[in-house]
Design a binder for this molecule. Structure first.
Ligand SMILES: Cc1cc2nc3c(=O)[nH]c(=O)nc-3n(C[C@H](O)[C@H](O)[C@H](O)COP(=O)(O)OP(=O)(O)OC[C@H]3O[C@@H](n4cnc5c(N)ncnc54)[C@H](O)[C@@H]3O)c2cc1C
Length: 318
């Protein structure tokens, strides 16, 4: 294969995995990422719903030789534990004996993929570097250095947009003729919450069975909890933005406490920081984006991932 000069926009899970994949095939890879380097900066809370990584996902990681390292930081979940409104538990296995899905920290996986990609000589990640435009004919990328404000142009053989829900690459593509685009928001949003480890007696322990994904299904809304290596659980509340019940109604500590005590009574004693987490963490949006075609002239292509997107201004800006 002839060595190509490739630019990737976005160093999320997709961009970092793609960088590693292309580097292993001998290509030169430059990655431009708007955010700071997550291996050095602290990732903000409330944006980290764990990945439920299946065997299929692990096979993709196996192809780039990171599956063993990921298994080390994964917690296998053999099924769902359903928590009904009266606190009764029931178990639903995910598959046959021995089959599991894995709870993995998005941040840990992302950092691992970046480290492995950076270990290749011809891979370069540039942070605080926002894509502001594309020349599809060259192709060439316009990049703004978010620290100095400097604008630079970078030519390449190929450009991959892996810049998420509000992709600048896809936005530029939409301006071209005969590109169809559709963006659908769900009525629901999401909020990250935490069940910390218990501290009795002396040692940190899981407050729930760590071998399962916990679900509190309540018709139009639900709470889920996935285990972390440190003994905590990352919880996510999925709830409509408007109507009743909704995030729109939960505007005071009393309203939040009442809502959780009514709907998830067995979870409340496990969440001592519930009210603080609820108001500290952003309410995220859930949306799906479709775009067709998703490549231009075999030179530039956009990813079509769906993802949870916190509605904070830094994310909503392309
Ligand atoms: C509710 C929900 C739950 C999910 N759960 C799972 C799950 O359990 N398992 C699973 O496998 N998948 C899951 N998914 C899907 C998965 O989350 C996404 O497919 C994945 O996060 C997408 O990764 P990405 O790298 O494409 O995008 P992102 O993670 O959004 O990364 C995009 C990167 O591009 C950067 N960027 C953005 N704009 C620019 C710009 N202009 N210039 C430079 N950089 C830029 C951003 O800063 C970011 O770092 C879930 C999705 C949803 C909606």
């Amino acid at each position: 294969v002839k060595k190509k000069d490739i630019i990737i926009v976005g160093a999320g899970l997709v961009g970092s995995l793609l960088a590693l994949t292309l580097a292993r095939r001998g290509h030169k890879v430059r990655v431009f990422e708007r955010r700071p380097d997550m291996r050095k900066a602290k990732i903000s809370a409330g944006r980290s719903i764990n990945l439920a990584l299946s065997e299929r996902g692990l096979r993709a990681l196996e192809r780039v030789g990171v599956d063993a390292a990921v298994r080390e930081v994964a917690l296998p979940m053999k099924g769902r534990v359903m928590h009904d409104a009266s606190g009764e538990l029931s178990f639903q296995p995910y598959g046959k004996e021995g089959q599991v899905i894995n709870s993995v920290s998005r941040g840990a996986l992302n950092k691992l993929l970046m480290d492995r990609a950076c270990a290749h000589d011809d891979v370069e990640f540039t942070f605080h570097a926002r894509c502001t435009g594309i020349d599809f004919e060259q192709p060439a990328l316009e990049v703004e250095d978010l620290e100095s404000g400097a604008q630079t142009t970078h030519r390449a053989d190929l450009v991959f947009g892996a810049d998420g829900a509000f992709s600048a690459v896809r936005l530029a593509m939409q301006m071209r003729p005969r590109v169809s685009y559709r963006q659908d928001y769900l009525a629901h949003g999401y909020k990250e919450l935490t069940i910390p480890p218990t501290k009795e007696p002396g040692e940190a322990r899981f407050a729930l069975d760590p071998g399962a994904l916990h679900i509190w299904p309540r018709g139009g809304d639900m709470l889920i909890a996935l285990p972390n290596l440190d003994g905590s659980f990352t919880c996510t509340l999925f709830l409509p933005h408007a109507g009743s019940p909704s995030f729109g109604e939960l505007t005071s500590p009393a309203a939040v406490t009442r809502f959780f005590e009514e709907r998830f009574p067995d979870a409340v004693p496990l969440m001592p920081g519930l009210v603080q987490d609820f108001f500290d963490n952003p309410t995220g949006d859930l949306l799906t984006i479709r775009c067709s075609p998703w490549s231009v002239g075999g030179r530039v292509c956009a990813s079509l991932a769906t993802r949870p997107t916190p509605s904070c201004p830094s994310t909503a800006r392309a």
